[in-house]
Ligand binder design. Sequence first.
Ligand SMILES: Nc1ncnc2c1ncn2[C@@H]1O[C@H](COP(=O)(O)OP(=O)(O)OP(=O)(O)O)[C@@H](O)[C@H]1O
Length: 318
Amino acid sequence: MPKAFTPPDAAIRLTGLRKTYAASGEAPAKEALKGVDLVVPRGSIFGLLGPNGAGKSTLINILAGLVNKTAGRVEIWGFDQDVNPRQSRAAIGVMPQELVIDPFLTPRASLEVQAGLYAVPKADRWTDEILELVGLSDQANSYSRHLSGGMKRRLLLAKALVHRPRILVLDEPTAGVDIGLRDMLWTNVRKLNAQGMTVILTTHYLQEAEEMCDEIAIINYGAKIVQEPTGHLLARAGSKTLLIDPGPWTGGLPPLPPGVEAQRRDGRIALTWPMGGIEAHQVIDALRQGGVPMIDVATEEPDLEDVFLTLTRAPQPA
Ligand SMILES: Nc1ncnc2c1ncn2[C@@H]1O[C@H](COP(=O)(O)OP(=O)(O)OP(=O)(O)O)[C@@H](O)[C@H]1O
């Protein structure tokens, strides 16, 4: 049995990962990954974000064994992809972006073929459970060519699960899908994660990443520019604002905690301060002690979009 040599907390460990696509015809060579170091903690729901062309698909395709890296090291669940290709492949299941499905197989047959490819013994197969999980039990025996686009995506998720991978990778799973499918996906992702599966997803929907992911890495121009727990990343987004409706009150404001700036905005009082340090209740307490009436209180939180835009607006490195 080969020995895992990464610390037990890493589901994925990338060290100096590089990919250069060779020049072809008129197109020059393209350096898609420029030495990425990345650790995905075991048990996390991990978001891999970046603008179009940042290198996300290249990175995922390398993990999936579909694209050969140019340099660097890829360890999946402790197994070096070059040294233990079989074990590292067995540890990961990938739901691809594109609808690659054999139209002449039924969903049940597709899963059986996939299980065969991964050498899953018959006794360990969980075909019916997977079909149930993704909501394809009723279509289990229909030809896949008769499935709707949404059902084909369900089948892709099902195929990624046949060998009970430790790590599930979802490449843009919700791009262009309807709400029912999106809900099915997120319910299942949470369920599988609660059972111990590490989940990595790429998405263009920042709100989705904010809701789903424990930790996020952002890549841009083939380089990782940040990796942090989602909460920390949001805290980088600058300021927090409290909006108070004092009704017809026109008095003066009491002293506020240092760093809090006040403005009048459409009859409301907008109080803004940098994230971290001051808590909203301290500001509210100060207002209350100063006798400011509060008919309504609302907050404006920064979101991942603010962070993302700030971090990815930097010009392309030379
Ligand atoms: N097979 C290829 N041959 C040459 N260049 C490629 C190839 N695949 C990707 N690239 C280039 O590598 C860069 C990274 O592409 P990649 O698809 O990994 O980005 P991405 O972040 O996944 O983008 P998207 O969100 O649009 O899928 C891009 O400039 C792209 O044009």
